[in-house]
Design a protein around this ligand. Structure first.
Ligand code: SAH
Ligand code: SF4
Ligand code: F3S
Length: 476
């Protein structure tokens, strides 16, 4: 088998990162190896995102950059996969006529064959799922296949951490959001398959799995009279030896049941970390977004979290400058952030997505300047809270899964003693930076925290405990 070279660029959410991992694994089986140069590559793939305009612009300009490569070497295959491939299926060949393949996120298992076909036959090829209005729900569901072949540990960011898809698609249809159109109807994967995959991952040395779904806690699989929900799935996966941490993103507020919260509290491997986006603090905005809950519902969820899972760190997403958002409505969001004191929040300026209900029925009437100002204001409030939220960890010891060298090492030389800046995360998803030996990577170790910023806890490796409070930190 001759070796071919694959260049792949991925934007978007964790779901896309996982999809790229799967595509790379399936291409390795056909003799491909990775390159980070588009010039050397036989095949160039872009795994794309449509959630905001910015994500699409990035890919169109990347496509512009590879145009000359294709001219120089017409045998190079250029493919666009993922959410933008599905959404812009009628435009990509027009905007970038040198593209050979368009493959939607529900058709990724066809990528290796399509590359071969394009190489042998030439011409443009596409594989796409049905649009949401194109037939019966079952027919549409079948056209969005989950692509979860056996796992290749070499493609993951770290060998001891992995994403695991438990749900595809989304049925919530928030008015601003393109995901239900690109990823199709919500479908929970078969629990037995999820379990088998988790077991393979554990056998490969994986200690932490992150379960993925657009509304992950809405997970449901019905088989005859047997229904598996998120709680029972977590209980099932908890039994797997070798898996030490189970995380899951992203949660939907309305489906955060007390049963689930109690289960997270009693299952030690399940991380006390809940990413559960509120999107806005105003009932009127939530209604225009069609989020399906009120601020009172969200508050009720927060108080149930505080009651049943008080150790949890909660994080959120917000969209500022949504259609018609008044200053007062924006201030309600600021108030919600102050009240809920999230560990961190991801804040986005509203970006109109053609094909969504908001694009059809509402006016994107907030200027970019106002969106920017609101974004900065909310971010400043959140950043202060994040810092205050990290403060109590100073003087404490936390258990950290060491992920690898911290970015700082790009600039700092490794010291003569072999020590380097390492980074990892706590069970509740806080980033921790400390100095240690490379061989700690992949271990869960105690770190004594002595300083913090809004985004990071800074500490030392604990090797010995002296007395009940006095900690001696030695870098090993
Ligand atoms: N399924 C997840 C999130 C999917 S997209 C959920 O429901 O929470 C990730 C985040 O992008 C969303 O939480 C939202 O805050 C943001 N987002 C989605 N559509 C957007 C748009 N049109 N403009 C700006 N931000 C958007
Ligand atoms: Fe988009 Fe809403 Fe579904 Fe999240 S729940 S993916 S924001 S439609
Ligand atoms: Fe983007 Fe698709 Fe994920 S639109 S955020 S890559 S589901």
């Amino acid at each position: 088998m001759t070796t071919k070279k694959l260049y792949i660029e991925t934007v978007g959410c964790q779901m896309n990162v996982l999809d790229s991992e799967m595509v790379v694994a399936s291409l390795r089986k056909r003799g491909y190896e990775l390159t980070d140069s588009t010039r050397d590559a036989d095949t160039i793939l872009f795994n794309t995102c449509s959630v905001r305009q910015h994500a699409e612009d990035k890919i169109y300009s990347a496509l512009g950059r590879v145009r000359s490569e294709k001219k120089r070497d017409p045998s190079k295959i250029i493919g666009v996969m993922g959410c933008m491939a599905q959404k812009d299926q009628h435009q990509i060949f027009k905007k970038a006529p040198y593209v050979d393949l368009i493959v939607g996120p529900g058709q990724l298992q066809q990528v290796p064959d399509l590359i071969e076909k394009a190489a042998v036959e030439g011409g443009q090829h596409s594989a796409l799922s049905l649009e949401r209005t194109a037939g019966s729900v079952n027919k549409i569901k079948r056209s969005h296949e989950t692509f979860d072949p056996l796992r290749d540990p070499t493609m993951r960011p770290t060998p001891f951490q992995a994403y695991l898809r438990i749900q595809i698609g989304c049925d919530k249809f928030c008015t601003y959001c393109i995901v239900p159109m690109t990823r199709g109807p919500e479908q929970g994967r078969v629990p037995g398959q999820i379990y088998d995959e988790a077991k393979i991952l554990a056998d490969q040395g994986c200690k932490e799995i992150t379960l993925l779904g657009q509304t992950v806690n809405s997970y449901k699989h019905v088989d005859g009279d047997q229904t598996t929900d998120m709680t029972s799935l977590l209980e099932l996966l908890h039994d797997i030896d070798g898996i030490e941490r189970i995380k899951f993103v992203t949660n939907y507020p309305k489906d955060m049941t007390t049963r689930l919260l109690k289960a997270i509290h009693t299952l030690p491997k399940v991380s006390p970390y809940l990413h559960v986006p509120a999107q806005s603090g105003s009932n009127d905005v939530l209604k225009r977004m069609k989020r399906g809950y009120t601020i009172e519902d969200y508050r009720d969820m927060m108080s149930r979290i505080n009651e049943h899972l008080p150790e949890a760190a909660v994080s959120s997403d917000f969209i500022v400058g949504f259609c018609g958002e008044t200053e007062e409505e924006f201030q309600a969001t600021v108030e919600l952030v102050k009240e809920c004191r999230f560990k961190n929040s991801f804040i986005f300026k509203y970006s109109e997505r053609p094909g969504t209900r908001a694009a059809g029925n509402l006016v994107d009437d907030i200027s970019d300047e106002v969106k920017k100002r609101r974004n900065n204001e909310l971010l400043a409030v959140q950043t202060q809270i994040s810092e205050e939220d990290n403060q109590p960890f100073i003087g404490q010891t936390v258990q950290v899964l060491v992920e690898g060298p911290s970015k700082k090492n790009d600039r700092i030389e490794k010291s003569a003693s072999g020590l380097m800046q390492l980074t990892g995360r706590t069970h509740d998803d806080r980033i921790v930076v400390f100095e240690g030996n490379q061989r700690l990577i992949g271990e869960i170790i105690p770190i004594g925290i002595y300083e913090c910023t809004a985004f990071t806890l800074i500490g030392t490796v604990i090797t010995e405990e002296v007395g009940p409070t006095q900690l001696v930190g030695l870098s090993v």
